[in-house]
Design a protein around this ligand. Structure first.
Ligand SMILES: [Zn+2]
Length: 455
């Protein structure tokens, strides 16, 4: 047996509202081999100050949207005007540029304590929809980027076929589109060779806008055959619900239920504008729901009924989606704080429930049932948060869990271990100069957009 690495956590979250003190975690071959509490100090253990959590799962990401940060706030605008800016950027990305950008974005996630990302990947074709010589070259670039940053990835390869009911694809949308659901199935079957211990494939239906009913059913049956998780944007905008009612006589959730899509391996992303019936259906089927509050507020989408969904039986996960910020503490507390504004009462989601969404349930949504907990046999992901920063100084040990959920930021993460490897220490990424690489990747992309270059 290999000699493991031992970590002595000043405080660790093992579940519940209170942390355990002096937790000794032994890691062998990337897995947690033992966990003991109230352990004496040990000179050969790596000391982790503050509160240590399991690895965070960012269940919904579009890596390239990071390049829009701070650029979409002039004037008023809407989700649809934001989308025009996003499309201009999408048009300029090629595999090398996307790899460079995604590597820096996934490293930014690592700095924020994310050890696993669900990348909702629809930019898979070249200009005009022409496939690359390797039709999964863009997906390969994303998987390599996650490996370089040290985070696991579920590549949610997305089927996207039309601009809407009776609406042809926008010229940029051709880059998102396979010829039909069978072509999507064939292309993604070939992507299987890209997977490994740190990368797996999942499936995604972009939305009920972007696929007809038969194609949605086909993608769902392929995902089930391959035992992959399936994600879809669901009811992000009232206009999407109206169009779905006009085309199918059902809400998006109603349509997905009719097509047999709902179940424990399905994640409804956003789930903002739901009927009482929709909530009951998602809950009854044990579906996951992915809240992305920083993006939902950035795009003025609205506030989803997440407490009702959890009460109905849905498992909640969190995503930074458009990366308006990358901070899962911000996502977690926004779920509760937004619900307080809507309901005008507190205590809709407890701190431990929100941490479970950021860890265990997020990993479940991405198909990694062996991660997101500090327990024997789990993947060795450890995220340590300083409690002596100006934001958290004065925190009592007993209050560390709610203090971190409601006041920590990504900048308070000081040490991150993913699959037994330290990827962040002293608040810095071990191999990537994240700010420099973000600047260089976004600057290069700007030059391409300005020059009107097209891949
Ligand atoms: Zn999204």
């Amino acid at each position: 047996m290999n000699v493991g690495t031992r970590y002595h956590c000043e405080l660790a979250w093992l579940g519940g509202d209170r942390p355990a003190a002096d937790v000794l975690v032994e890691v062998v071959d990337g897995r947690i081999a033992s966990v003991s509490t109230e352990a004496p100090a040990s000179p050969d253990a790596v000391r982790l100050a503050g509160l240590t959590l399991p690895g965070l799962a960012n269940a919904h990401s579009h890596a390239f949207h990071r390049a829009l940060r701070g650029r979409t706030h002039a004037g008023s605008g809407s989700f649809w005007t934001w989308r025009d800016q996003m499309y201009a950027l999408a048009e300029a990305l090629d595999p090398d540029g996307y790899h460079a950008l995604a590597r820096a974005v996934f490293a930014e996630m690592a700095l924020a304590g994310v050890t696993c990302v669900g990348e909702f990947h629809y930019l898979h074709h070249g200009r005009g929809g022409v496939p690359y010589t390797d039709p999964n070259e863009m997906g390969a670039a994303l998987i390599a980027a996650a490996a370089a940053a040290g985070v696991r990835i579920t590549l949610l390869d997305t089927c996207y076929l039309r601009g809407g009911h009776g609406t042809a694809l926008h010229p940029v949308q051709r880059r998102f589109a396979d010829a039909d659901a069978d072509a999507w199935a064939e292309r993604t079957a070939a992507a299987d060779s890209l997977t490994g211990d740190g990368a797996r494939l999942g499936a995604a239906v972009h939305s009920v806008r972007a696929l007809d009913a038969r194609s949605i059913a086909r993608v769902a049956s392929v995902a089930a055959e391959r035992r992959q998780v399936l994600h879809a944007h669901v009811s992000e905008q009232p206009a999407e619900n109206d169009q779905c009612l006009a085309e199918h006589g059902a809400t998006p959730v109603g349509l997905l239920a009719r097509l047999g899509v709902l179940g424990p391996s399905f994640t409804a992303v956003h789930a903002t504008h739901l009927t009482t019936d929709d909530i009951a259906r998602l809950g009854r089927a044990g579906c996951c729901t992915c809240a992305c509050p920083t993006t939902e507020r950035d795009l003025a989408d609205g506030v989803g009924p997440f407490a009702e969904l959890v009460a109905a039986g849905s498992r909640l996960s969190l995503g930074s989606d458009s990366h308006a910020v990358i901070d899962l503490f911000d996502e977690a507390r926004a779920v509760e704080l937004d619900a307080r504004l809507v309901t005008r009462h507190r205590g809709n989601h407890g701190a431990a429930t929100l941490l479970a969404a950021a860890t265990t349930d997020g990993h479940h949504s991405l198909g990694w049932s062996d991660a997101g907990r500090i327990e024997v046999g789990a993947r060795a992901d450890l995220v340590s948060i300083r409690l002596d920063s100006v934001r958290l100084a004065g925190t009592r040990a007993a209050d560390a869990v709610p203090a971190v959920v409601f006041a920590a930021t990504a900048a308070d993460v000081h040490h991150v271990v993913a699959d037994g490897r330290a990827i962040v220490s002293g608040g810095a990424h071990r191999t990537i100069d994240v700010a420099r690489e973000l600047h260089e990747a976004i600057d290069a992309l700007d030059r391409r957009v300005a020059a009107g270059e097209r891949p």
